[in-house]
Design a protein around this ligand. Structure first.
Ligand code: UD1
Ligand code: MG
Length: 449
């Protein structure tokens, strides 16, 4: 017979210590809600049933978190972690029940699997850690033979108990029968007047139910209760992300000054300079260089692309050996082919820029197609919007757009066509023609000031 496992994630609390209108479990870490990190780890651990106990801002929490086959249980009043688990019990189908606090977000699927494996058929396993500073956490009380005897919450602990630095991570796995038997026995005669799930351990120990303690690294199990702990957890998380990049051969100039808020696929010999933020799904080809202070969100960057300092790229695709920036902005739908150059103060939105085209200075290119090797002069604007609708600009292969041209869309500039500097081009320019639309210069002789 195969045993099945149910995970219950406790996420009904307000998180008062965060001092925020946003519920604690939705506070972002690396751009992703705390609770979503936990749900993702549970998902990876191949658990049969996933239940989240919600309460405070339940609708918002439900709408924000996504995962397949999640079950939600509502805890109207937050009467303690034991009560929260009790609320979920009628929905539980698994033989083993993995309980997770909704704020220990760095937990990995590996550790969860290890804990589940250590849970006996009629007993429990408890994840503990050695905390450098155990303030606020439940302490693990052991007997002389080393077996776990109970958990004492910080607020209920005596002076000597407070000296214990082995703590309850809030993550445990219990056989369904044990949980069912001991939950009704919880009492709220403690400092917080709550039904503590942690009291199940003491009751089990009294009855000699097997309790297997499994230890984990404190950093992986820390719960975040306030903004200080959130910032600490963020640093730990970022350190892990950047280590992963370096293990894949990426040169990171300063590992403490790169942030990953999503997933990064990375080639060989990539160089990332300081203060770079990678968000969403980012892929970086071989030999990509990212200079300081760049943000890349949901971008695909091909081999040997060079992104110069202070560039901002979002939902953009950049072809092989292109050079971007400094101070460039690629907005959603910017698609740059091989060897394209985009220089300073250039904004590109929803446009296809073909191989070898250059847009080097101070331009706005939106809803456009720019042909191969076209050269867009400084200060060119595609006037794509009339206040109501958006229109397209087409620029042919080899075209040369003179500086400070306004291309009033819809408009087509032919292949190898030229526009005169300072033109407002409202009509199509045929292939190889010069389009010029500006007032003629008049010189007035002997002009005196
Ligand atoms: C809890 C543990 C403590 C452990 C610590 C680890 C208890 C009594 N204490 O304390 O031993 O060291 O986690 O981080 O279990 N929640 C509900 N409903 C409730 C109460 C809480 O869903 O009625 C949820 C909260 O949303 C939170 C989680 O349970 O996600 C833990 O609650 P929290 O207040 O953070 O407990 P700690 O004081 O950190
Ligand atoms: Mg907590």
């Amino acid at each position: 017979m195969t045993t099945t496992t149910t995970a219950i994630i406790l996420a009904a609390g307000k998180g008062t210590r965060m001092r925020s209108a946003l519920p604690k479990v939705l506070q972002p870490l690396a751009g992703k809600p705390i609770l979503q990190h936990i749900v993702d780890a549970v998902e990876q651990a191949n658990i049969d049933q996933k239940i989240i106990v919600c309460g405070h801002e339940a609708e918002l929490v439900k709408h924000t978190i996504n995962a397949e086959h999640l079950q939600w249980v509502f805890q109207a009043e937050q009467l303690g972690t034991g009560h929260a688990v009790d609320c979920a019990m009628p929905s539980v189908t698994g033989d083993k029940v993995l309980v997770l606090v909704g704020d220990a977000l760095l937990i990995t699927a590996d550790t969860l699997s290890r804990l589940i494996a250590q849970c006996p058929e009629q007993g429990m396993s408890l994840l503990t850690a050695i905390a450098p500073d155990p303030t606020g956490l439940g302490r693990i009380i052991r007997r002389q033979d080393g077996s776990v005897c109970s958990i004492i919450e910080h607020k209920d602990a005596s002076e000597t108990e407070l000296c214990i630095n082995e703590i309850n991570t809030g993550i445990m796995c219990l056989s369904h029968d044990v949980l069912e038997e001991y939950l009704p026995k919880l009492r709220s005669d403690n400092a917080q007047g709550e039904l503590y799930l942690t009291d199940v351990i003491g009751l089990c120990a009294e009855d000699e139910v097997v309790i297997n303690a499994v230890t984990a690294d404190f950093n992986e199990t820390m719960g975040v209760n306030d903004k200080l702990q959130l910032a600490k957890a963020e640093r730990i998380y970022q350190q892990l992300q950047v280590e992963r990049l370096m293990q894949q051969g990426c040169t990171v100039i300063d590992p403490s000054r790169v942030d990953v808020r999503g997933t990064v696929d990375i080639g060989m010999d990539v160089l990332i300079d300081v203060n770079v933020v990678l968000e969403g799904q980012v892929s970086l080809g071989n030999g990509v260089i990212i200079e300081p202070n760049c943000v890349l969100k949901n971008c695909q960057i091909a081999d040997n692309v060079h992104i110069k300092a202070f560039s901002h790229l979002e939902e953009a695709t950049v072809g092989v050996s292109a050079i971007i920036g400094p101070y460039a902005r690629l907005r959603p739908g910017a698609k740059l082919e091989k060897d394209v150059r985009v220089g300073n103060f250039v904004e590109i939105k929803k446009s296809q820029i073909d191989e070898g085209a250059k847009i080097n200075h101070l331009s706005y290119v939106g809803d456009a197609e720019v042909g191969k090797n076209a050269n867009i002069g400084a200060g060119t604007i595609t006037c794509n919007y009339d206040g109501v609708n958006k229109f397209k600009t087409q620029i042919g292969e080899g075209a040369f757009i003179g500086s400070n041209s306004s291309l009033i869309a819809p408009v087509t500039i032919g292949e190898n066509a030229v526009t005169g500097a300072g033109s407002a081009i409202a009509k199509d320019v045929p292939d190889s023609a010069l389009g010029i639309a500006r007032a003629k210069q008049r010189n007035i002789e002997s002009w005196k000031k």
